[in-house]
Design a binder for this molecule. Structure first.
Ligand code: HEC
Length: 178
């Protein structure tokens, strides 16, 4: 009898301990998800400038000052008000008919882009711009880490923002007076 009670209490203590642990683990995971590391941000920045070549149309700082004069005029991402989820959606599915490429290899092949297929886009007369290279989910997450912390809604760049953007005082930051 006493053994039964103490066992039950023991069980309860374990339940509390385990759920406490789970709680700490989930809060920890959520914090990690919200707070990208410097390495995540740096890898997102490389994807923006290199593999994704977003800068061809959006400019190196994302302000729409495109680097490639032949490229379409990309939006000023520094003035954008998108949240992370919307940002990821636009990168994956692009903006058909508006020259923003879709970077997910499977976009418009299955139902991940609002259920639309390439045939639907053709029917609607919406042309989809080809991305130079497609990006994996993991890469799109890093791009979003970078864009959310350094570009989206951050406004016009100044010298301090430039140094923060590159993580060091690079030559191009000398172009900003303050
Ligand atoms: C071929 C040119 C081109 C490339 C490359 C390109 N974009 Fe775009 N992007 C555009 C254009 C054009 C628009 C604006 C569409 C419109 O609003 O009419 C746009 C819009 C966007 C928007 C929507 C902004 C808003 O607030 O509505 C986001 C986000 C975006 N681009 C992110 C990216 C990212 C990230 C990359 C690289 C992975 C990228 N773009 C590569 C042309 C490009």
């Amino acid at each position: 009898m006493t053994k039964g009670i103490s066992n039950r209490r023991g069980w309860w203590v374990t339940v509390c301990a385990v759920s406490g642990l789970l709680l700490t683990m989930t809060t920890g995971a959520e914090l990690l998800a919200q707070e990208p590391t410097e390495a995540d941000i740096a890898s997102g920045r490389r994807l923006f400038h290199q593999k994704g070549d977003c800068q061809a149309c959006h400019g190196w700082s994302g302000n729409g000052d495109k680097l490639d004069s032949q490229a379409p005029d990309g939006a000023d991402l520094r003035a954008s008000t998108l949240d992370r989820e919307q940002l990821i959606f636009v990168i994956k599915c692009g903006l058909p008919g508006r020259e923003m490429p879709a970077f997910d290899r499977m976009s418009y092949k299955d139902d991940r882009c609002l259920g639309r297929t390439q045939a639907d886009l053709d029917r609607m007369g919406l042309e989809l711009t080809d991305p130079g290279a497609t990006l994996q989910n993991r890469e799109i997450e890093r791009l979003a880490d970078f864009l959310m912390s350094k570009v989206i809604g951050k406004g016009e760049m100044d010298r301090a923002a430039c140094i923060d953007f590159w993580g060091e005082d690079v030559d191009v930051c000398g172009d900003f007076r303050q």
